[in-house]
Design a protein around this ligand. Structure first.
Ligand SMILES: Cc1ncc(C[n+]2csc(CCOP(=O)(O)OP(=O)(O)O)c2C)c(N)n1
Ligand SMILES: [Mg+2]
Length: 580
């Protein structure tokens, strides 16, 4: 029997056990949406912007470990996915994105709504395809799902000309494919693993450096056992947060530009840095010439390209983090490192994370995030980008793997809210909270409609400082306080040179509470400390409606510690009382 390309695509989605598809239609994908019509196996989530669709698929994938799927039209629909794909690519998130394309004979003719999306997304996808023959469709879809989720995962784009989608052809969807030249190594080299175990045994000042690869590989459990067995302390990258529970005595917190004092000093003074699934991003390492100067480095990573790219690695181990740690586990014994642990404890007490004292007149972000953490310790927490993201990384103690959804590599404002929507769909039983900045939330605020229509009780906690706060912080610290284009209240009434926030500032817009209500969501405003917890509790009672809370926070509060761009990570700046 012959079936259309659209029907084959739907059949493939069913065989891949896709339950949710995030999409937005247009001319050339009407046949595909038509084939999806009234198919109870696949729930189609109509977002309000294609960027929202990709981030939602991304949040769904990061939080569940399954592949996220999206479907958009050609031209502007396809180009609107670019930021979402780049975000997912940077953070190794498995997504299959289907884009419509003009009919084959029109390609290259500047046809209506034509965009060379395969050309545009080549550097920001793991792989992409333009399907030029109906007979290749089944195999290509299978390859796309295989590539997205295997090895180092990533987004794969499949561009579908409308005539290919309409053409009748084979109904076959292959159960598996072998892709020439693609053979990710999962098992680690036994000799290298023995060497790594030996290095751990000999080290006097060993340290694990946990990266996002631990979550991606489903390696958190074995990693926790390895830490328990060896007693070696752990620093994590932003993406690695939650590899170890945040209140674990061996968890030192994040390293890097906004890392904790003990983490940055432990890295600097370690004699063995044992990295798992991380890219040694420059936000984590700072000045490379000052990074872990006395340490031998072990690095487990599925992607050989990530090894020794930024930092020379003495003992490289290519493989899947979970598999390699399982191989390593039986070779390990408790490490005798008491003096090292005492030194770290000393650093911890020298500069504990500064928390704001109770009873301040103005709300501070750390007070709000600590309240969220107390009331919802098991939540999936998404963030936007900026100060809100760093405060979340520092003050929310993540207990579980795959529970922090944040754009680490690309740093995409507008990621968190749609990602939270995807996570809520994939985890209906869990509380999902987006900790947002007032700037970032406006980049995909339209997805409130999606959340309302699908009855998703996502909580959006806006830390409203009236600024593009992180950029303002840099201007305060490195540009003599000249707040150029970072105040979200700037208008025609403002003098050319701003004397700083005060009573003369224009009224903030939008009114987030009214905006939430306009969308049919619940809106609250909190400006008093005693209201934080009651409102958060009430928000948690919502079963079917998203809730947006506009927390009016102190305007010029900063994230500390901070390492100046280009400095070594031991060169930290601290504010007074944490934030000023
Ligand atoms: C799409 C995008 N544009 C610009 C930036 C640069 N940027 C990084 S943080 C930031 C400020 C974000 O402001 P807000 O969401 O209010 O968060 P805050 O820092 O105030 O918590 C900006 C503009 C970015 N990361 N992403
Ligand atoms: Mg802000």
């Amino acid at each position: 029997m012959k079936i259309s390309g659209s029907e084959l695509l739907v059949k493939a989605l069913v065989e891949e056990k896709v339950q949710h598809l995030f999409g937005f239609p247009g001319g050339v994908v009407i046949p595909i949406f038509d084939a999806l019509y009234a198919r109870p196996e696949i729930k189609v989530i109509l977002t309000r912007h294609e960027q929202g669709a990709v981030h939602a698929a991304d949040g769904y994938a990061r939080s569940t470990g399954r592949t996220g799927v999206c479907l958009v039209t050609s031209g502007p629909g396809a180009t609107n996915t670019v930021t979402g794909l780049a975000t997912a690519n940077f953070d190794s998130v498995p997504i299959v994105c289907f884009t419509g394309q003009v009919a084959r004979h029109m390609i290259g003719n500047d046809a209506f709504q034509e965009a060379d999306i395969v050309g545009i997304t080549r550097p920001i996808t793991k792989h992409n395809y333009l399907v030029m023959e109906r007979q290749d469709l089944g195999r290509i879809i299978k390859e796309a799902f295989t590539l997205a989720s295997s090895g180092r995962p990533g987004p794969v784009l499949v561009d579908l000309p409308v005539d290919v989608v309409r053409e009748l052809g084979d109904a076959e969807y292959p159960a598996s494919v072998s892709i020439r030249g693609y053979n990710p190594v999962t098992k680690g080299h036994a000799g290298q693993i023995r060497k790594a175990a030996h290095a751990l045994k000999k080290a006097e000042r060993p340290l694990f450096y946990a990266g996002g690869g631990i979550h991606i590989a489903g390696a958190a459990e074995v990693f926790r056992r390895v830490v328990a067995r060896t007693g070696v302390p752990v620093v994590s990258s932003l993406m690695g947060i939650g590899s170890l529970p945040g209140d674990h005595p061996l968890d030192l917190g994040m390293l890097g530009m906004h890392g904790t004092y003990q983490s940055n000093l432990a890295v600097t003074h370690s004699d063995l840095l044992f990295a798992v699934g991380t890219r040694f991003d420059d936000r984590a390492t700072g000045d490379l010439s000052k990074f872990a100067p006395g340490a031998a480095i072990v690095h487990i990573d599925i992607d050989p390209v990530s090894i020794s790219r930024n930092v020379p690695v003495g003992i490289p181990i290519v493989g899947d983090a979970r598999t390699v740690l399982e191989q390593l586990e039986p070779l390990l014994a408790p490490c005798a490192i008491q003096p090292w642990l005492e030194r770290i404890a000393g650093w911890r007490s020298e500069h504990p994370l500064a928390v704001s004292p109770a009873g301040r007149r103005l709300l501070t972000p750390d007070t709000i995030i600590r309240a969220i953490c107390d009331l919802y310790p098991e939540a999936i927490v998404a963030t936007e980008v900026g100060q809100n993201q760093m405060w979340t990384a520092l003050f929310y103690r993540f207990r579980h793997s795959r529970s922090l959804l944040t754009s680490g590599g690309l740093g995409t404002m507008g990621y968190g809210f749609p990602a939270a929507i995807g996570a809520q769909l994939g985890n209906p039983g869990r509380k999902v909270i987006d900790i947002a900045g007032d700037g970032s939330i406006q980049m995909n605020i339209q997805e409130l409609a999606t959340a309302v229509h699908h009855g998703l009780p996502v909580i959006v906690a806006i830390l409203n400082n009236g600024y593009l706060g992180m950029v303002r912080q840099w201007q305060q610290l490195f540009y003599r306080g000249r707040y150029s284009s970072t105040c979200l209240m700037t208008g025609t009434e403002c003098p050319p040179s701003c004397p700083g926030p005060g009573d003369a500032c224009p009224v903030y817009t939008p009114d987030f509470v009214k905006l939430a209500e306009a969308y049919g969501a619940l809106g609250y405003r909190v400006a008093q400390e005693e209201d934080i917890r009651p409102v958060l509790r009430e928000a948690g009672q919502s079963r079917k409606k998203p809730v947006l809370i506009d927390f009016i926070v102190e305007r010029e509060f900063n994230v500390f510690p901070m390492v100046a761009p280009g400095a070594g990570i031991m060169e930290m700046m601290f504010g007074e009382e944490g934030g000023r």
